[in-house]
Design a protein around this ligand. Sequence first.
Ligand code: NAP
Ligand code: HSE
Length: 420
Amino acid sequence: MIRVGIIGVGTVGSSVVRVLEKNKDIITARAGKEICVVKGVVRSLDKKRDIDIPLTTDPYEVTDDPNIDIVVELMGGVEEAYEVVRRALQNKKAVVTANKALLAYHRYELQELAGDIPFEFEASVAGGIPIIKALREGLSANHIEAIRGIMNGTCNYILSKMAREGAAFAEVLQEAQRLGYAEADPTFDIEGFDAAHKLLILASIAYGINAKPEDILIEGITKITKLDFEFAKEFGYAIKLLSIAKKRGDQVELRVHPTLVLQSEMIAKVDGVMNGISVIGDVVGETMYYGPGAGGEATASAVISNIIDIARGGKCSPMLGFKKPLEWGMRLAPKEAINSKYYLRILVEDRPGILAKIASIFGEHSISIESMLQKSSAQGQAQLLLSTHRCVEKDIQKALKELQSREFLKEPPVMIRIED
Ligand code: NAP
Ligand code: HSE
């Protein structure tokens, strides 16, 4: 028998307990032994719960229990979770976690601490999709050229509902929270941090890059409005929050931002809480992964797969998939060097000469306009919706800064990058 302690029995932890019970027959057969949850850790013992396991409020009762074989960390957060997982590894216990925030900051220290002790984290990226296994094991013969993915179920749920039903942002976010998709603090979802944490984990496995969230470009979805969806539709695009890694020589661009993608692309059709990730390897070509990216059951599916792996005696060491560093190394590309097409929404005074002034600012920064739409509003104001040809991030940022200093601008411009 394998004895498991679960630290954090909320949305995901309680689903793990239920699925282990519901699918006991197949899980026992596949693992070769019975898997039994012997203890759970919660913050409050007074909350009503629909699971029946012994509970405590002290995580160290699990990490230090000599009868527990596997510690499953599902409490969330960074520093406290790090201390708890560290203690479990010091006590030579196998660890399974779904905590991408923890890994975004401490994955290399944890790899070092784990050594040959199994440490698995399939559920940390894209919920129920086995993308860690695919990248670390299935594609290990490839140089990874690019990763492009929808990796946050909450944002995709919100954007899909806004595009399809014209739903209001705040309402759909509440729905996503009710369905158990969102993080304890949903700012992590809507400001792009959660998608960035996941991208950083994949970037370590694909390129051996040890970057932190602060090092990369991260933008969320909170500034997107109905008007942006109208423009997108008119020009054949969908708006998605993409996590992007692109290899350019020995550098890798890592970025997370709302993106206009052509409606004909597969990734544009990934709807609702679903995630979709395209990985391009130099040998295999493009591979695509699709499935539920959040929610208790989908995530429990990935967590339990790791528990079964460990019960079978399998382990992947080291956890991030590199036995030794790449001889020539890969470096993080500077944010300012990003090369993209851009969509801009600019609210200005509706009077003669303004358009010429805007065109001249873009011209001075070597930015060429590809298309434009003007929507006039009642108070003598006009919304300009325009897209640019490919240019460099540094130039667009300078042009936007200059635009913001002009008196004819009525609110800060909104910019969305275009991938096509
Ligand atoms: P959740 O519903 O908020 O559950 C967190 C659990 O941890 C709760 O049982 C909470 O106790 C307990 N807890 C938190 N801090 C604690 C502390 N200091 N001491 C003791 N217990 C503590 O969160 P969740 O959605 O299940 O997510 C858990 C982890 O999985 C997070 O790292 C998250 O990022 C990750 N994840 C979530 C999903 C998803 O779809 N929800 C998907 C993939 C990965 P109480 O019950 O008493 O509050
Ligand atoms: N809050 C995350 C999401 C959970 O919405 O994708 C899955 O990691």
